[in-house]
Design a protein around this ligand. Structure first.
Ligand SMILES: O=c1[nH]cnc2c1ncn2[C@@H]1O[C@H](COP(=O)(O)OP(=O)(O)O)[C@@H](O)[C@H]1O
Ligand SMILES: [Ca+2]
Length: 475
């Protein structure tokens, strides 16, 4: 009887509540709308006085980020309103390991085994009685995208076997996949705007994101519906420039593009390819060696004149194909439409290697989760780095790993060129370099997995058991 009356009260609430979270992938749209009533019920239940059992009603999601340079696991817990709730003292369990899965291209089992310590820590963070209903998802990014032949599929299969064979968490084969760059960029946008409390606001009140990984770089920001209708339509719909999102009652047209091969480590290879055989003016004076990326070795030597900011910039502009044909009103680089700009791009949260190198160069404080900077700061830092000789570099850049030191001028010049010549930022525009975002007095990683977890937490597989637990309680 209590169960029925609770349901009644829920229905009442449902009528007066608007809560909508939608799917990012068009193929799941139908599932989402079919699922909407469940979300409404959960949202309504969250406002009922269930205080003593509130914790029992939280759901957990485990997301593996199989990045090109490392693997990471994130565990999140959500309440029925999709707010993050603490796991122990933090709002997230976050662990990482290096190298990434793609470094084990010839040994899929070993690749999967590299996730074991992360998996057992993640499992330990989920209460035992909830493990069987807690989804574990694995999203691989540029590293696996760039592997040749069926190597990436074999690694994914080994990971599926690992999850099925040695984890209590709920896994499905299709939850272990290579994310496409558009999903990656859209999830990053959701993460940042979720943490800033922007979801549900009008589009000009959201922030744009740039995420510079090792293998690829993504940019995403919202544009007006009018502009979105005029967006160029690529021949393959899965490469669409616009992703439609409906989050917390607001509809967004997200401009999103991922540039494969233009992550920081992949871009080094692109720059070395355009450098003359006499050497690259991006490499510090005193270095003569080679650079390995994606199983290919590139000659990497300083030019006889040593490193030089302006000549290095020209190499970066060539590598980025800034001047390639543009059939749209305006392009970023390589003939890609620039999205048209607008208020959704006014505030940019710029993550991953942008944060790391800015901290290495010393113009932001690594101990702070986020710092304001300007693209021009990368140029000033590059000027100094390019005037450094290899034998002075270690003392000048103590946090940079030895293998990365010859490339410190290249990395900083590339980052400035990418922001200004590529993404069209004013060198003086203030941007936020971000590693973590403060959410309810805790810090949460500014990375795509939270966006994926928000989507997963709103899916039937997570909410159905949750509703059953609530019904059980109400009975
Ligand atoms: O969750 C995170 N927390 C902190 N830094 C991260 C996280 N995810 C990625 N990064 C940053 O991104 C850099 C490389 O990105 P990644 O290995 O994910 O490449 P990819 O995105 O091109 O596959 C890392 O060196 C690190 O600085
Ligand atoms: Ca990444």
């Amino acid at each position: 009887m209590i169960y029925l009356s609770t349901r009644e009260r829920v229905r009442e609430r449902v009528r007066s509540l608007e809560f909508e979270l939608n799917k990012m992938m068009p193929k799941q749209k139908q599932g989402c709308s079919a699922f909407l009533p469940l979300l409404l019920i959960c949202s309504a239940l969250a406002t009922l006085p269930l205080t003593s059992t509130a914790v029992a009603n939280n759901s957990y999601v485990v997301i593996f980020d199989a990045g090109s340079s490392g693997s990471r696991v994130h565990v999140f817990s959500f309440d029925t309103d999709l707010n993050l709730v603490p796991i122990g003292n933090d709002l997230e369990l976050f662990l990482q390991t290096k190298p990434g899965l793609s470094a084990y291209a010839s040994d899929p089992k070993l690749a999967a085994a590299s996730l074991k310590p992360l998996l057992s820590a993640a499992e330990g963070a989920v209460p035992p009685q909830l493990r069987g209903s807690t989804p574990v998802k694995v999203g691989a990014t540029a590293g696996l995208r760039l592997l040749k032949g069926n190597a990436s599929e074999q690694i994914l299969q080994a990971v599926r076997d690992l999850l099925k064979g040695s984890s209590e968490l709920k896994s499905k084969p299709e939850w272990v996949s290579v994310l496409d760059g558009i999903q990656e960029g859209a999830f990053q946008w959701v993460t940042i705007n979720y943490l800033l409390g922007n979801l549900g606001k009008r589009f000009p009140n959201t922030v744009g994101v740039v995420d510079l990984g090792g293998g690829s770089v993504q940019m995403a920001y919202t544009i007006s519906a009018k502009h979105a209708r005029k967006a160029p339509k690529p021949s393959d719909p899965k490469d669409s420039y616009i992703k439609k999102l409906a989050l917390k009652g607001a509809k967004y047209n997200l401009y999103v593009h991922s540039y494969l091969n233009y992550g920081l480590l992949a871009a080094r290879a692109e720059i070395l390819k355009v450098a003359k055989t006499t050497g690259s003016s991006c490499i510090l004076n005193g270095f003569h060696g080679s650079y390995k990326y994606g199983g290919v070795e590139y000659k990497a030597s300083a030019s006889s004149a040593g490193s030089n900011m302006d000549s290095c910039r020209r190499e970066c502009i060539k590598a980025l194909k800034i001047n390639s044909t543009c059939i749209h009103p305006k392009c970023t680089f390589g003939g890609i439409w620039n999205g048209g700009g607008g208020p959704g791009k006014r505030n940019l949260y710029v993550a991953s290697f942008f944060f790391d190198r800015a901290a290495d160069a010393g113009f932001i404080d690594r101990s702070q989760p986020a710092s304001k900077a300007r693209p021009a700061d990368f140029k000033t830092a590059a000027d100094r780095a390019c005037a450094t000789k290899l034998n002075e570099a270690k003392s000048r850049y103590p946090t940079v790993q030895t293998d990365d030191l010859p490339y410190i001028c290249m990395d900083l010049v590339y980052q400035f060129t990418l922001l200004v010549d590529g993404f069209g930022l004013d060198p003086q525009q203030e941007i936020t370099l971000v590693k973590q975002v403060k959410y309810q007095n805790s810090l949460v990683e500014a990375a795509w997995p939270l966006g994926s977890a928000v989507e997963a937490a709103a899916s039937p597989s997570v909410l159905e058991p949750l509703i059953k637990r609530m019904e059980l309680y109400a009975n």
